[in-house]
Design a protein around this ligand. Structure first.
Ligand code: ATP
Ligand code: MG
Length: 245
């Protein structure tokens, strides 16, 4: 393993009180990359992401982020270090407007001018934030809410963006723009840790891939390696790439 991992998971065990869901999870997330975690339903992908943001405390193991151990830190402390997560389930305040929801993303920033500037660039990237600014978030469709959640997370200008199935509920066109936005964010210098059911599409734009199986890391490699691994393709990506070509 390289010495300059941005995030390093070492021997992470975690669960919800019963048996461990994550069993000895060890892998690196490289600085400036897009790392995608794939695996079947229930394999522990969301659980793994929850340990990064501090929502779930591992029973054992270490998660080093820029050399600091995140295990035992509160979600707020982790947020302050520049780690932002968009969870799998909808997380907007339904009774607040779209604009208010997005502004909340910048709650750590006190400078009104900085907030206004960020808001401006977010509106450019996500027209819906502008178009539906005064509507209640709960009145938006599922896919539209997804985009607003994404916009809100960028308001913090995170160093590490953690996304749990960002494409969930998106139509093909919005899905493409979502992937393009992730790529753009990454090119702007943000490291991305992603869980995606659209595994094939996600791995294509990923520098690295991790396959989780029953809470164990089954395989790690470049996005290309994972995508073209014969067994992984057959098991998790809906047939191997070769078979489809
Ligand atoms: N809050 C919870 N309390 C108890 N068990 C949980 C909880 N959340 C998840 N689990 C269990 O942990 C295991 C892994 O769930 P997790 O949500 O991490 O899977 P996943 O890989 O994200 O699946 P999916 O692809 O369906 O999102 C499952 O067996 C699930 O039942
Ligand atoms: Mg999940």
């Amino acid at each position: 393993m390289a010495n300059d991992a941005f995030v390093r998971f070492t021997g992470v065990f975690a669960g919800y009180g019963g048996a461990d869901v994550l069993k000895n999870v060890t892998f690196d997330v490289e600085r400036g990359g897009v790392t995608t975690i794939v695996g079947p339903n229930g394999s522990g992908k969301s659980t793994l992401l929850k340990t990064v943001s501090g929502i779930l405390k591992p029973r054992a193991g270490e998660i080093l982020y820029k050399g600091k151990n995140l295990v035992g830190m509160s979600p707020r402390e982790i947020l302050k270090l520049g780690v932002v997560q968009v969870p799998q389930n909808h997380s907007l305040f339904r009774e607040m407007t779209v604009e208010q929801n997005v502004e909340l993303g910048a709650f750590l920033e006190k400078d009104k001018k900085v907030i206004a500037q960020r808001m401006e660039s977010i509106r450019e990237m996500f027209p819906i934030v502008h178009e539906r600014a005064k509507d209640k978030a709960g009145a938006l469709s599922g896919g539209q809410q997804r985009l607003v959640e994404f916009a809100r997370c960028l308001m913090l200008e995170p160093d590490l963006v953690v996304l749990d199935e960002p494409s969930m509920g998106l139509d093909p066109k919005t899905l493409r723009s979502m992937f393009a936005t992730i790529k753009m964010m990454n090119e702007a210098g943000r490291t991305v840790l992603l869980v995606e059911q659209n595994a094939r599409q996600a791995l294509k734009m990923s520098s690295h891939g991790v396959v989780l199986e029953n809470g164990n890391v089954r395989l790690t490699g470049t996005g290309h390696d994972v995508l073209h691994h014969p067994e992984i393709g057959a098991l998790y990506l809906g047939g191997s790439v070769e078979a489809k070509a």
